[in-house]
Design a protein around this ligand. Sequence first.
Ligand code: ATP
Ligand SMILES: Nc1ccn([C@@H]2O[C@H](COP(=O)(O)O)[C@@H](O)[C@H]2O)c(=O)n1
Length: 227
Amino acid sequence: MSPVTPFVVAVDGPAGSGKSSVSKEVARRLGYGFLDTGAAYRALAWHAEASGIDTDDAASVISSLASFDYRIGTDPAGYAVHVGEADVTDAIRDPQISAVVSRVARVPEVRTHLIELFRAIMAADAAPGIVVEGRDITTVVAPDAPVRILLTASEDVRAARRSAELVGSSTSDVGEQMRRRDAADAKVVDFMTAADGVTTVDSTELDFDQTVEAVIGVIRSSQPVTG
Ligand SMILES: Nc1ncnc2c1ncn2[C@@H]1O[C@H](COP(=O)(O)OP(=O)(O)OP(=O)(O)O)[C@@H](O)[C@H]1O
Ligand SMILES: Nc1ccn([C@@H]2O[C@H](COP(=O)(O)O)[C@@H](O)[C@H]2O)c(=O)n1
């Protein structure tokens, strides 16, 4: 296993639970790096579609890894995702990518390849800590992280928050797409129940700032008091 930076904050949870937005803000406030792992699966789905590959065909998806020139920064203030020369930061959020991303994420060779990449990024990060978020971070990518959090919220609240971002989409359609993606992803990894040693932060009744503070509270309570 590759080495990881000394202070990793691992965050997982279901779709729309706030993993990326909350983790990014936590990292910004603490001066930590931020790694959005879902962006890599999304970018690979984008790359496969852009290359005319059938994302249902695992062998073709695996072969697309050879030309997958993926780059993501860890500065929470300068978040950007590139595949080759293309800036795909916005394109990978398209509902069309959300609809197919689970197909590439279920391929074991893809997961092995990307998990190695995530561990290398974590190990190379120069910040004093790094907040890493995605479906399997507390259980597979960084099971030994000193802080492990399952960020969640009720299905209705998650659907309402996500649909508020998407112009022209009803909450019920968005909720249905999230349910479908969570069901597909849950066949690969469990992100609905907290594993041993993982702290649950439920933001159903919290606003964004309260959720960020709750996560920072968990991080602070897990650090030894000095001085
Ligand atoms: N506590 C909160 N209160 C209000 N809005 C929130 C809260 N937490 C997150 N949000 C908002 O909910 C939306 C979904 O959050 P985000 O995209 O970070 O979720 P995610 O878990 O990364 O989703 P996905 O796995 O689908 O990428 C965003 O618009 C975010 O600003
Ligand atoms: N650690 C991860 C992260 C993501 N995935 C897959 O990617 C999809 C998109 O992730 P978002 O966090 O951006 O929503 C997600 O639905 C999973 O299919 C993963 O498998 N493991």
